[in-house]
Design a protein around this ligand. Structure first.
Ligand code: NAD
Length: 490
């Protein structure tokens, strides 16, 4: 059955003039018809958010946190049990092709992370009173508040279709902003669960609106004059357009963009652990993870042994159980082009490099002898490809890891944590995992540097990201004059 997805504005479903069709990546069957928001509809959603803003801002922080806590509870209810394919998890699985354990993680993490924002906002957002120099300013008192920005546009990708939206909503809402969500055109059905959530928890109209569509809808939203901030997650290519649209009116843009993460494997690494970590890091979500392992830089003394283990583990992965399909035919063709370019330049496919028998499946692929000139090492390949590159030692690994336009994450595999920490200091990235990869904690910042973005998700840093500082100064004395006022020289 094909589901029809309509926009959510003022707590009501609303159709647009046109619709687009989503095909299930696993079998190519039509799955969803979603309405498209044109400029006029985007403007209606923004003005609904603008109308709702003063009342939402003027709730107490505790009241806003209670709503966000209800959102976390709602998701926990729709999580069911681990391994239970509830309606929400089945939608994620069908729409973006995730295996059930990955849908499990996505739903429970989104709930947990929303709860983190609800439980930690008071500490992160409370006003402070900096102590002024008492000799100079004995009668002055200053209060520094964290105030919301206004209307926040949340434009997100499909690869974590629930979680990426949830991360931004948590911080933006508790800080006092109202939000217009523009989910990916590849995952509207998962995003539509937020509309059901709003209705079920009694969120006031306009606090969250959802508009569907592609880049044109996103661009209309990012460039709308009444949008005060854009929280964008997606490709570097699209992120630049969002940044330009915001720059035109000096609106804030938080950009979580593409990556080309290296895994550095040292001679003292536990090779069993490392092989399992690299294989999961490269192939979970069919390799369509911003912080997935995109390049393994392996010290030569352990290269052959690690390669053997990586090949054996990769060969054991099962289609539809351990890995799903690529999101779309276009994305599949892009992955094929990356691999063909590498093979033409001398790479060897140790395993994989094959299109599946149906849908957009592509087999997990291990490549060796990849030329430094291949696109695969230079740019982000969003698919299940793991190139293993032999390096002489740590210095070469660090040099190659940093030799990238991107700077999102990296992992280091070693049995000596202090050595790992020393290497972490040298990496030009926003996040480093030692003996793990692709783990998010609500308490710690998620961010990239260089072409991987500007700004933060998660942690107190994200709560502050969705607010601004406002200083209020009070004169507490009763003097009728100030020494520095006119007239001068008397
Ligand atoms: P994408 O850039 O194609 O699309 C992301 C969102 O932006 C979608 O909603 C899309 O409709 C919208 N969009 C596209 N062009 C736009 C424009 N010109 N103006 C406004 N909006 C526009 O990315 P995608 O294919 O959905 O997702 C994959 C990318 O996201 C990868 O590069 C991945 O690394 C990145 N990503 C990054 C993180 C992170 O935390 N850094 C997390 C997840 C995904």
């Amino acid at each position: 059955m094909i589901t029809e997805i309509k926009h959510w504005i003022d707590n009501k479903f609303e159709g647009g003039k046109e619709r687009f069709t989503i095909r299930r990546p696993a079998d190519g069957e039509d799955f969803v018809h979603a309405h498209i928001a044109d400029k006029a509809l985007v403007a209606r959603a923004v003005s609904s958010a603008r109308r709702a803003y003063p009342a939402w801002r003027d709730l107490t922080l505790k009241q806003r946190c209670e709503f966000v806590e209800k959102m976390a509870d709602w998701l926990a209810d729709h999580y069911g049990d681990e391994g239970e394919a509830t309606e929400l998890k089945s939608t994620i699985m069908e729409e973006v092709g995730k295996p059930l354990p990955e849908a499990d993680i996505e739903v429970i993490e989104t709930s947990d992370f929303l709860r983190f924002f609800a439980n930690n906002a008071v500490e992160a957002l409370s006003a402070t009173e900096p102590k002024l120099d008492q000799e100079l300013w004995p009668t002055k008192r200053s209060i520094v508040e964290r105030v919301p920005l206004g209307v926040v546009a949340i434009i997100k990708p499909w690869n974590y279709p629930l979680e990426m939206i949830g991360w931004s909503l948590g911080g933006a809402l508790v800080a006092g902003n109202t939000c217009v969500i523009k989910p990916s055109e590849k995952s509207p059905k998962t995003a539509s669960f937020f509309a059901r959530m709003c209705s079920d928890i009694g969120l006031p109209p306009g606090v969250i609106s959802i508009v569907y569509g592609d880049a044109a809808t996103g661009q209309a939203l990012a460039s709308h004059p009444d949008v005060n901030m854009v929280s964008f997650t997606g490709s570097y290519r699209a992120g630049k357009y969002v940044a330009k649209a915001c720059a035109d009116r000096l609106a804030k843009a938080s950009l979580e963009l593409s990556g080309n993460d290296a895994a550095i494997v040292l001679a003292d690494a536990d090779l069993d652990l490392t092989a399992r970590g690299l294989v999961w890091g490269a192939f979970c979500n069919a390799g369509q993870v911003c912080v997935g392992v995109k390049r393994a830089l392996v010290v030569e003394s352990v290269y052959d042994e690690l390669l053997k283990r990586v090949i054996a583990l990769t060969a054991s992965l099962r289609e539809e159980v351990d890995y799903g399909p690529i999101i779309s035919k276009d994305q599949l063709n892009s992955v094929i082009a990356f691999v063909e370019d590498a093979l033409q330049k001398g790479a060897k496919a140790e395993l994989g490099a094959e299109v599946g028998s149906k849908g957009n499946f592509y087999s997990p692929t291990v490549l060796t002898n990849v030329s430094p000139n291949s696109k695969l090492l230079a740019d982000e390949c969003f698919g299940p490809i793991l190139p293993l590159v032999k390096v002489e030692g740590v210095a070469e690994a660090v040099r190659l890891a940093n030799d990238s336009d991107y700077g999102l994450g990296a992992s280091i595999w070693t049995s000596d944590n202090s050595k790992g920490l020393e290497i972490a200091k040298k990496l030009e990235v926003g996040m480093v995992w030692i003996n793990d990869v692709n783990v998010a904690f609500p308490q710690t910042p998620w961010s990239g540097t260089k072409a991987s973005g500007i700004g933060f998700e998660l942690s107190a840093a994200a709560l502050q990201e969705y607010s601004r500082l406002k200083h209020v100064n009070i004169e507490t004395g009763s003097d009728k004059d100030r020494d520095w006022w006119y007239p001068y020289g008397s």
